[in-house]
Design a protein around this ligand. Structure first.
Ligand SMILES: C[S@@+](CC[C@H](N)C(=O)[O-])C[C@H]1O[C@@H](n2cnc3c(N)ncnc32)[C@H](O)[C@@H]1O
Length: 435
């Protein structure tokens, strides 16, 4: 049957704008290096981007339109009950609310989940729910680089085990570690030498920041609170946002604003940040926000436009301080390698740079199993029908010989979740299963 013209054009618009064709691979962000050879001035960058934009790059408006269309197609059908929500988390946004919790439970519901790794403990919202939903679980590992999150999560899990006698009698082995998820294989090996041979049945990565981190001004993550320019998820790490702003080469500062913050006004901000060094540099989030405020004209996004710019600048700095994008790609590979056959890895991302890496790395894994240059196939087979019969959340899959991506398009939060928990608005859930 022929596709209606409107649907066909909407489809091709989304495809063109959001899904990179094999002939035009997504831009990769190379690791930060201080090299004069990589110096790009605004003029050269401008000429490169304007030339390529005229050929293929979508405008901001087109991107927004494509985003809206995609969102309509990817929305989760699981609605959240407002009363239940406020009973659990209150109405003041202070508690960390696990994002897409129902959807994450759906992903693992069909698996006999004897072993599970939560790579991003946070306040253990996902972990506690997973432990409760899977009384068959025997082996649990939780990781976080943040000691505050680690401590809160440990207490939450212990509490759950004490109340839930099913687990305490069955002796679920619980291990929580203050470790970066890039070390998942070392941690697993250290706990149990055999576990990597059998593989784990489920792994979750819920990227981004927790409410505990954002709400604590001292951590420096919040645009709206005054605090030190820190932004380290791991307070033992050496690099702070302040170091980048006050000491890194100007081109690197510009690159962070442009590539990690996706800020169009990056060059002007770069110049102002570097100029601020002449008068002692930037040492608090308020000083940085004031600089951004002064540099953002009211014609760019209105009176509150500076908040959007500041959010992008903070995002860029946070990604650089925690080396988030480089860590993510490698960690997805090591997590996938740690899975058992039939095991699933679910990743929730919160911005397009992360989501692009998740999407592309999943496809790389699927394609890699099919040999060099191979391409995962969109699955329409009877195998897909059997998945769909059991798991209605699966809409379209990409099949390879070693893995299947269960979310050709990401799953995004329901309208009720977005309303009740605005932090969930940009969340995207993608899942891969090992064959
Ligand atoms: C969005 S929160 C997780 C919330 C959690 N799922 C819950 O339900 O409470 C993300 C957590 O991941 C942690 N994190 C970020 N990057 C990490 C990394 N590379 N390794 C380990 N933990 C990381 C952060 O410190 C933060 O506590």
């Amino acid at each position: 049957m022929a596709m209606p013209a409107a649907t066909a054009s909407a489809k091709s618009l989304i495809k063109k704008l959001l899904f990179h064709s094999p002939s035009a691979p997504p831009p990769t962000i190379s690791p930060l290096r201080f090299s004069s050879a990589s110096t790009i001035t605004k003029a050269t960058y401008g000429s490169i981007t304007s030339k390529s934009r005229s050929r293929s790059e979508p405008t901001k408006k087109q991107k927004q339109k494509a985003d809206q269309l995609l969102k309509r197609r990817t929305r989760s059908e699981r609605e959240i009950d407002e009363d239940d929500f406020s009973k659990l988390y209150g109405n003041d946004n202070s508690a960390h609310v696990p994002v897409m919790l129902g959807e994450v439970l759906d992903v693992f519901a069909s698996i006999s989940l004897k072993s599970f790794v939560d790579c991003t403990l946070g306040a253990a919202g996902h972990s506690v729910a997973m432990i409760k939903a899977h009384p068959e679980m025997e082996f649990y590992v939780g990781l976080d680089v943040d000691p505050v999150a680690h401590q809160i999560a440990q207490a939450q899990i212990n509490n759950t085990l004490q109340i839930d006698s099913d687990h305490s009698t069955k002796k679920l082995r619980v291990h929580t570690h203050l470790k970066n998820f890039k070390n998942i294989q070392d941690v697993l090996r250290e706990i149990d030498e055999d576990i990597l041979n059998t593989g784990v049945h489920g792994i979750l990565m819920d990227l981004g920041m927790s409410s505990m981190q954002v709400n604590n001004a001292e951590r420096g993550f919040s645009v709206l609170c005054d605090g030190p320019l820190d932004m380290r998820m791991n307070p033992q790490a050496n690099l702070k946002a302040e170091d980048i702003l006050n000491f890194w080469p100007d081109t690197e500062v510009g690159r962070i604003l442009r590539d990690y913050g996706e800020e169009s006004n990056w060059f002007s901000l770069q110049k102002k940040i570097v100029n601020a060094r002449l008068t002692g540099g930037l040492h608090s989030t308020r000083e940085l926000v004031d600089l951004i405020r002064r540099s953002t004209s009211w014609t760019r996004g209105g009176r509150q436009g500076w908040i959007k710019t500041a959010t992008r600048v903070f995002q860029g700095l946070r990604i650089a301080v925690n080396d988030e994008l480089n860590t993510l790609k490698d960690s997805i590979h090591s997590s996938f390698d740690s899975l058992s056959s039939g095991g699933r890895l679910a990743v929730i991302s919160f911005h397009s740079l992360e989501d692009r890496i998740v999407k592309q790395t999943f496809l790389d894994i699927v394609n890699c199993g099919d040999g060099e240059g191979g391409e995962g196939r969109l699955s329409n087979s009877t195998k897909f029908d059997s998945y769909k019969e059991k798991e209605i959340w699966i809409k379209q899959m990409v099949q390879g010989s070693n893995a299947v991506v269960l979310t050709k398009r990401p799953v995004t939060p329901s309208e009720s979740e977005e309303r009740l928990n605005p932090r969930s608005r940009s969340a995207k859930l993608r899942v891969i299963e090992k064959i």
